[in-house]
Design a protein around this ligand. Sequence first.
Ligand code: BDR
Ligand code: CA
Length: 311
Amino acid sequence: LLPLIIDCDPGVDDAIALLLALAAPELDILGIVTVGGNVPLSVTSANARRICELAQCVDVPVFEGCPRPILRQLVTAEEVHGVTGLIGVDLPPPTIVAQPEHGVAWMIRTLLDASEPVVVATLGPMTNLAMAIVQAPQIIHKIQRVVIMGGAITHGNITPSAEFNFYCDPHAAQIIFTAGLSLTLISLDVTHTAIATPERLQALRLIGQPIGPVVADLLGAYGAYDQQRHGFAGAPLHDPCVIAYLLMPELFQTRDYYVEIETISPPSLGRTIVDWWQTTGRPANAKVAISIDAEGFYQFLTKRLQRFNHG
Ligand code: BDR
Ligand code: CA
């Protein structure tokens, strides 16, 4: 089993990523940590617990991490994910409660105690992991790999330069990229090719109760933003790509690059600077996904989510 910590800000695509992870027998999910991001921390925390209940995985502990980025004020994305963070569905309030320990403290303790290196999946602003590394740099040796949804090599989605997660907390992102960790980056350049077209949405709906309609309603409502604003054929499934990468890396092509994140220039804040032509001479610090087999990804997602269908 792959020991895994998931750090997230659910968020529609985070919620689907959590479902994919909770359905995976290959993963040992040590805990889920939430962060302020798409919506405020209290909402991302409640949503992570809602999804665990929906998946009937009430034993996975959920921790609350940082409510805001390290230096900047929190920027949210309610226009995409709705004020509830789970636009398009009305899931009941969770009955499970968040763990009393702070998410950053739990992450440090868990990593230091781990008998084998742990994988960390980050699906939101990377504030929690950056704070953990600043507080306890010795955890770096206990982290097998960090698989990150974030960044845009070409076009940003929150500014012309930047992707939401990196723009929200660029300083956290830069801490991670300079920490000497093994990193895999899945950016918008890839996730914008993993679109939930009407046919793919229908296949997900047909999974049946209880997951199928929830996933299809979430994606339908969340996809409306990108359909109306950008003319996409449906929702881009950013965060589930991270979990798919852990379970089926052959869906992705990657290349090794030197990557850093802009933290100063206002128009370029949070920009993902990828040394594509090796002009800096610096050694690569990340595996950067450059393509995904989108059809294979949706088939895999649909098949895996069918595991929840006990009817
Ligand atoms: C990322 O930002 C959030 O809106 C999504 O959940 C995803 O993690 C895409 O830019
Ligand atoms: Ca997210």
